[in-house]
Design a protein around this ligand. Structure first.
Ligand code: NDP
Length: 434
């Protein structure tokens, strides 16, 4: 706290981890002796840089770029790039910190990083996005590489932006390094199934959690916040498993369609035309639009999947969901529930799938993209999906097992934090002080 007084998101993420680790330290004082807590909360490196670019009118703009290289004890730094006006050091550090435990949970050889810029892609032309992204990559390229640091997408960064970064990186390096970015177009070096992986993975994880209690998605009513990459594919998979998804949102408001959201309309609006979610009503006038995205949690549902952004679901929203009889929460976004909201769900015995575990499917398939790039081959979408299901099942079982071993059976928040921590902490001890 003393070292990072203004970094509220980062402090929130570290507090959750510290709270979970108490039983670990009383059983294993060697971690304290090795200074693991102090070391694991200090990034190995933070790169902050100027990004100057020119808009279509020839006006010069300057944004700030970041890459937080937090921990490389399990492999090359790995984590997405976010373009959003709210990006700052605290948000970058919390995201990179969460990535340490998430990546460890996947069981794959990947370290943790995160990056981005306070650039706002909304309303920018394709050429402006390209010029900004190229300028951003010119500096980023000095710090990344297939065995060093492998960025991917996040909020505001999808296939198009990854394509521009990949092109600029190879141009600057004078070669073709397929494994330097993940989330690439499958026609140009990407993995099939990556686009769907985070949303699908979240639903697979929640499915495991429900199964344990004799429940399933079949016949349930589901609310999903956001309408971006994670949300779209969480909606798709929940529907495939027999749920009715009645609402989704963007940062302006939410739509409610009591017949169930029409996924084709949603994809056309968001993935093809880049429109606002309110436009859904043009095609489905019977649906309802409310100009306040946080009110989405007032809709009664069995399962809520927050898939938009950090701290989007607070204690008040949690109490409303509980009063309306919610049975399970699956965090598709990173840290979407505040600490108070999470506590309220746990106190009221609502099943809770924490982000670190539940949304790890995206990075897991990114690591599979790295493997395919190294082997110079590509797996079928069925093969990737089967592996993704296996990874999500394993993550679920390691969370369950860690919670049980450390005296909190069924507490997946604790289980995820402990299982991820042990994997990284052991590697840090084995690699000596640094
Ligand atoms: P996208 O940019 O594709 O979509 C983000 C969605 O969230 C949009 O609908 C956006 O609305 C909404 N949103 C963004 N900021 C806010 C805000 N402040 N308040 C309300 N709504 C907001 O991003 P992703 O789907 O890729 O990412 C969503 C979340 O999932 C993030 O927390 C990300 O870190 C996490 N995540 C993503 C992974 C991936 O593979 N993409 C992997 C693991 C986690 P609008 O268009 O109005 O901005």
């Amino acid at each position: 706290k003393k070292r990072n007084p203004d970094e509220k998101e980062f402090l929130q993420a570290t507090r959750e981890i510290f709270d979970s680790l108490r039983p670990v330290f009383s059983k294993h004082p060697e971690y304290i002796a090795n200074g693991i807590l102090e070391r694991i909360t200090e990034p190995e490196r933070i790169i902050i840089f100027r990004v100057a670019w020119e808009d279509d009118q020839g006006k010069v703009h300057v944004n700030r770029g970041f890459r937080v290289q937090f921990n490389s004890d399990l492999g090359p730094y790995k984590g997405g790039i976010r373009f959003h006006p709210s990006v700052n050091s605290s948000i970058m550090k919390f995201l990179a910190f969460e990535q340490i435990f998430k990546n460890a949970l996947t069981g794959q050889p990947i370290g943790a990083g995160k990056g981005g810029s306070d650039f706002d892609p909304k309303g920018k032309s394709d050429r402006e996005i390209m010029r900004f992204t190229q300028s951003f990559t010119t500096e980023l390229s000095k710090h990344i590489g297939p065995d060093v640091d492998v960025p991917a997408g996040d909020i505001g960064v999808g296939r198009r932006e990854i394509g521009y970064m990949f092109g600029q990186y190879n141009r600057l390096k004078g070669g073709y390094e397929a494994g330097v970015f993940t989330g690439k177009d499958p026609n140009h070096g990407g993995s099939l199934g990556r686009k769907e992986a985070t949303g699908y993975g979240t639903v697979y994880f929640v499915e495991e959690m429900l199964k344990e209690k004799g429940l399933s998605f079949e016949g349930t009513t589901v609310v999903v916040s956001g309408s971006g990459n994670v949300s779209t594919y969480a909606i798709e998979k929940a529907m495939q498993l027999g749920a009715k998804v009645v609402a989704c949102s963007d940062s302006n408001g939410y739509i409610y369609d009591e017949n169930g959201i029409d996924l084709e309309t949603l994809k056309q609006l968001k993935e093809v035309e880049n429109k606002r979610i309110s436009e859904y009503l043009k095609f489905h006038p019977e649906a309802k639009y409310v100009e306040n995205c946080s009110e989405i949690w007032t809709i009664p549902c069995d399962i809520a999947l927050p898939c938009a952004t950090q701290n989007e679901l607070d204690e008040i929203a949690a109490q409303i969901l509980i009063a309306n009889g919610v049975k399970a929460i699956g965090e598709g976004a990173n840290m979407p529930c505040t600490l108070e909201a999470m506590a309220a769900f746990q106190e009221n015995k609502v099943l809770f799938a924490p982000a670190k575990a539940a949304n790890a499917g995206g990075v897991a398939v990114s690591a599979m993209e790295m493997s395919q790039n190294s082997m110079r081959l590509s797996w079928t979408v069925e093969e990737v999906d089967e592996r993704l299901q296996g990874v999500m099942k394993n993550i679920y079982n390691s969370c369950l097992d860690a919670a049980e071993r450390f005296g909190e059976p069924g507490n997946l928040v604790m289980g995820a934090n402990i299982a991820g921590f042990l994997k990284v902490a052991d590697a840090m001890v084995a690699h000596g002080l640094s």
